[in-house]
Design a protein around this ligand. Structure first.
Ligand code: C2E
Ligand code: CA
Ligand code: CA
Length: 451
């Protein structure tokens, strides 16, 4: 006989329980201990660590820094009294709690983050502290401690890597991995503010000035954490979502560029445009309308392979963009099937050398040759060259010697959110990032003269 939902469940697989009688083991009518029946459906474990703890300790001293985790814990427990918290070393906390659903757990993780918003007072001095959170939740019957601990540790490793909190549902690990599911969720994600842009500066090598920024899209998924574009752009391209997504990105970038300009940083913001959109007349019309009405400096990055696929319509549409004053940049040059014939026909002002060649620049024999000849080729075609993926001072120095006009990469800055990008610009942070053995390929003229 099939059991009705309200009947007794077998032990494993029990999910829902009344909220009023949490935790207490009880005996059912048959006198069998059924601990799980009385537990709330979900258990969560979050590992939360203080960001930039080393810098904080340097500024307040070792003994004060040692105590701060207790202050953080006290604040979190005041804000979220149903949580249990245990310090784990000087800079981390283990936070565990039960709740009714996976989404409720993710919302509590958000509240942990929100509780850190106000500064902390340490002996009369105020400090802002933030936590990086990696966590997992699972339905209570499956949520044994080891699974939670191992899952949360992995989530924290991932969170550090992508510099954004990661909270996962172990019962639904592929919720964010399934491209079809993601595409279903994307329209709502745009509407509800889960999609956002990060900016990565582009610096002119000679003058050491920030001369532009690339907008890179990200998705803060409520279950999966931060999703990078590699996970969803292709799926968006296969569905009808890439057009609306890109139009949203253009609008967002226009608004942000206007703020940049108002703050005295009137640099163009470049947006990545998927190749398939170049032969979509509706998209081209809408994009032109947005850019024309936007009153902001917006450029487009396009990959050359897209042009090769349907050259006539792509080139015609690129001309339309160029004619309304949108600077065009050829992205990922060298990664695909590069064709000089098309390169010459594109109304582009910039060529971006793919990071594949740049990251290996100082460790490979072949790549410096490719980079060097690409720079010369671009200059011969009246284009400027940006090298992306500049990660080391040595690569920066070599690119400078080769005559590369602009650089972009982790050495100068990772992609960062808009408020952080504003701070980056106003504090000229690129200068310190570019300092170092930058001139090692140049002669030290002062020394020659003195000698
Ligand atoms: P892309 O256009 O080649 O963007 C540069 C990628 O290189 C970015 O990855 C960036 O985070 C990464 N990167 C920057 N500096 C360095 C570095 O020094 N070293 C290394 N190893 N990587 C570096 P991201 O953000 O994951 O974007 C991946 C790709 O997704 C982009 O490649 C672009 O093709 C696509 N994409 C990003 N945003 C959008 C968008 O809004 N629309 C479309 N259609 N595609 C986008
Ligand atoms: Ca790009
Ligand atoms: Ca690229």
């Amino acid at each position: 006989m099939r059991r009705a939902k309200s009947d007794h469940f077998p032990l494993a697989g029990t999910r829902h329980r009344p909220r009023s009688r949490r935790g207490a083991p009880i005996r059912d009518a048959a006198g069998v201990a059924n601990v799980l029946r009385e537990l709330p459906p979900y258990r969560f474990l979050l590992l939360a660590e203080l960001e930039d703890f080393a810098a904080f300790r340097r500024s307040v001293g070792v003994s004060r820094a040692r105590l701060v985790i207790e202050d953080v814990m006290a604040r979190l427990l005041r804000a979220l009294p149903m949580m249990r918290a245990t310090p784990s070393g000087q800079k981390a906390l283990e936070l565990s709690f039960e709740c009714d659903s996976s989404a409720a757990g993710v919302a509590i993780a958000e509240q942990v983050r929100a509780a850190m918003a106000d500064p902390f007072d340490l002996d009369g001095e105020t400090f802002r502290l933030s936590l990086r959170i990696g966590g997992v939740g699972a339905p209570t019957p499956d949520a044994d401690d080891l699974r939670l601990v191992e899952g949360a540790e992995q989530a924290l490793v991932d969170a550090r890597e992508i510099r954004s909190d990661v909270v996962r549902d172990l019962a639904n690990p592929s919720a964010g991995d399934d491209p079809i599911q993601l595409m279903r969720e994307l329209p709502d994600a745009i509407a509800s503010g889960q999609i956002f842009l990060q900016y990565q500066p582009k610096v002119r090598v000679r003058q050491q000035r920030v001369v532009g920024a690339e907008a890179l899209v990200r998705w803060r998924h409520p279950v999966r954490g931060l999703i990078l574009p590699g996970m969803f752009i292709e799926a968006a391209e296969r569905s009808d979502t890439i057009g609306p997504l890109t139009l949203w990105i253009i609008e967002r970038a226009i608004a942000d560029q206007r703020v940049l300009a108002a703050r005295g940083h009137d640099i163009p913001v470049f947006i990545n445009i998927s190749g398939i959109l170049l032969s979509d007349a509706g998209f081209v019309r809408d994009a032109c309308a947005l850019v024309t009405a936007g009153g902001a400096k917006i450029g487009f990055e396009i990959t050359e392979t897209a042009v090769i696929r349907d050259p006539e319509s792509a080139i015609a549409n690129l001309r339309i963009f160029a004619d309304i004053g949108v600077p065009l940049s050829i992205d990922d040059y060298g990664a695909g099937l590069s064709s000089l014939a098309y390169l010459k026909r594109l109304p582009a002002s910039e060529l971006k050398i793919d990071k594949l060649f740049v990251t290996q620049l100082t460790s490979s024999n072949r790549d410096p040759l490719i980079v060097r000849s690409t720079i010369d080729l671009a200059h011969a075609l009246d284009m400027e060259v940006t090298a992306e993926g500049v990660e080391t001072p040595a690569a920066l120095a070599l690119l400078g010697v080769m005559g590369c006009d602009m650089v972009q990469g982790f050495l100068i800055s990772r992609p960062i959110e808009f408020p952080a990008f504003l701070t980056f610009l106003s504090e000229d942070r690129h200068v310190a990032a570019m300092a170092g053995p930058r001139f090692s390929f140049r002669r030290n003229e002062g020394q020659w003269k003195a000698g």
